[in-house]
Ligand binder design. Structure first.
Ligand code: AMP
Ligand code: MG
Length: 484
């Protein structure tokens, strides 16, 4: 069959009632042209591009041709944006179907930038090439850093201009996720205040994502508990690599525990807990150091949605949910400490570890030192040498650290292996991302593909990449933008 790349669709979400979605097709585009295709991910999904030419791929990944078995929908959702509740939904995205891999893994296949839907409000339903390439490279980098994330399968240029501050090239990204169900999706259903709808949706989510809970007598509390764990793991991972999500609205928090929505995100270079990149985050609500507290806030909004399912007696339900939500801090602290111990190669736990860790972070902050490279320096990698690391303060700290390293049967082999498994040697540096995006937008993908390749192996030493390891030397503060 023409256009057959082995899609194997089974569209469970589109079988739910129309309360949860709108059936809508991608709007055809003028002149689709494939820009990127992710062969590694295609392999994981058991897709086969060998019998198809580039023109057909361009048609397929622009939505001009919908593959057999697809059933396109826009999903309804709501969310707290910077603390304010709003009705949202896929305003520029369309879920074309759920693909089952050979090992029966279910993945949403979604086009982002594919035209207006019932949820577009005043938007044009479109996306620009630069931001779609940016999502592609950063989401893939996150995956390769071993952090749960949505993935990127393809980018197609539409051949149409879109209007922002200036005219930009239109593009469509194919996003792959274990689902696009968000805290905001629950908020949308809960706000309708119909318990039967909430039950149907809740059972759907449990069956799809956490089937181990199907027979539980307290499914709603169990789901809340799992989500607390998943989201703590996620945010601890973000803190580990210096990732600032930038727009942690409840509609951008998944039920699967994958990072989603690569809008204004960026990686911190010099260590500063208050780091914010997004131009619209004027109060620093989503600053690096606030990410754990916001995660808890978002989980509280999630818990509120589940109240009718937790207990018939509302007071009892609120109490149980609150008790669970209040486990957040202790759990987070424990996992953050363990993550930092791993970054420092420490075995076991010592009461003084907290001081050792905080002292290092304080030194980095006071001296505006690069977060990533400091841990690389501690792993004795010569590329990360710098005068800063010869200061007396740092040397003194290092003495304490080396003393602590000796405890609990640690050996250099053990601690280096541990440190190398959690400290990336290369991250998507903001200036490198910007530089390569600019060239890529003009049609030359060589430097973009080179950066993509380097970011495939962030924990492995690579030859001749010293330029990719340096902090941005320009004095200009890095700023990112939303909704482009
Ligand atoms: P985001 O900032 O990407 O999380 O998007 C927030 C909401 O705005 C979602 O409902 C999006 O679907 C919607 N949205 C963002 N950009 C557009 C656009 N160009 N056209 C229509 N809706 C949009
Ligand atoms: Mg979003």
């Amino acid at each position: 069959m023409k256009n057959n790349i082995n899609w194997n669709f089974d569209n469970s979400y589109s079988r739910l009632s129309n309360t949860f979605k709108q059936h809508v097709k991608p709007v055809n585009v003028k002149n689709p042209e494939l820009v990127l295709i992710n062969d590694n991910l295609a392999k994981e999904l058991n897709l086969d591009f060998t019998k198809i030419d580039r023109a057909e791929l361009s048609d397929l990944f622009s939505g001009n041709i919908l593959p057999k078995g697809s059933n396109a929908i826009a999903q309804a959702y709501a969310g707290h944006q910077f603390g304010h509740f709003t009705m949202l939904g896929d305003g520029r995205a369309i879920l074309i179907g759920e693909h089952l891999t050979k090992s029966n893994k279910r993945c949403d296949i979604q086009f982002k930038g594919s035209g207006k839907t019932a949820f577009s409000r005043n938007g044009d339903g479109r996306a620009a090439l630069g931001p779609m390439l940016r999502e592609y490279i950063i989401s893939e980098a996150m995956h390769n850093l071993n952090i749960p994330s949505t993935r990127s399968l393809a980018v197609v240029k539409t051949g149409e201009k879109i209007i922002r501050d200036t005219q930009l090239q239109g593009a469509i990204l194919t996003r792959v996720a274990s689902s696009h169900i968000r805290v905001g999706t629950f908020q949308y259903v809960a706000a309708r205040d119909k318990k039967d709808e909430l039950e149907v949706f809740f059972n759907y989510v449990v069956k799809r994502h956490y089937p181990e809970l199907v027979d539980s007598k307290k499914k709603a509390l169990d789901l809340l508990n799992i989500l607390i764990d998943k989201q703590i793991d996620l945010v601890v991972n973000w803190m580990r690599v210096g990732f600032v999500h930038g727009v942690m609205n409840t509609d951008n928090m998944t039920i699967s525990g994958e990072t989603i929505d690569y809008g204004p995100c960026a990686f911190m270079d010099k260590y500063d807990p208050k780091t914010v990149f997004s131009t619209i985050d004027r109060m620093g609500r989503y600053a690096y150091c606030n990410q754990p507290a916001i995660t808890k806030w978002n989980l509280s909004r999630f818990a509120e949605c589940l109240i009718p399912l937790i207990h018939q007696d509302q007071d009892q339900a609120v109490k149980s949910a609150t008790d669970l939500i209040n486990t957040f801090e202790k759990k987070y602290e424990k996992r953050w400490m363990n993550m930092m111990r791993n970054k420092l190669g420490l075995q076991g736990a010592d009461d003084k570890d907290k001081f050792l860790i905080v002292d290092l972070l304080t030194w980095m902050h006071q001296n505006k030192v690069d977060y990533t490279n400091t841990f690389c320096n501690l792993m004795d990698l010569k590329e990360y040498d710098d005068d800063l690391y010869r200061s007396n303060d740092f040397k003194n700290w290092k003495k304490n650290w080396q003393e602590r390293l000796k405890s609990n049967n640690n050996t250099p082999e053990k601690y280096i292996t541990l440190m190398r498994s959690v400290n990336p040697l290369v991250i998507p540096r903001n200036h490198k991302i910007e530089e390569t995006l600019q060239i890529a937008e003009s049609g030359d993908l060589a430097s973009f593909n080179k950066l993509l390749k380097i970011l495939e192996k962030p924990y492995v030493q690579q030859e001749n990449i010293s330029d990719y390891l340096k902090m941005d030397s320009s004095s200009k503060e890095y700023k990112t933008f939303c909704g482009t």
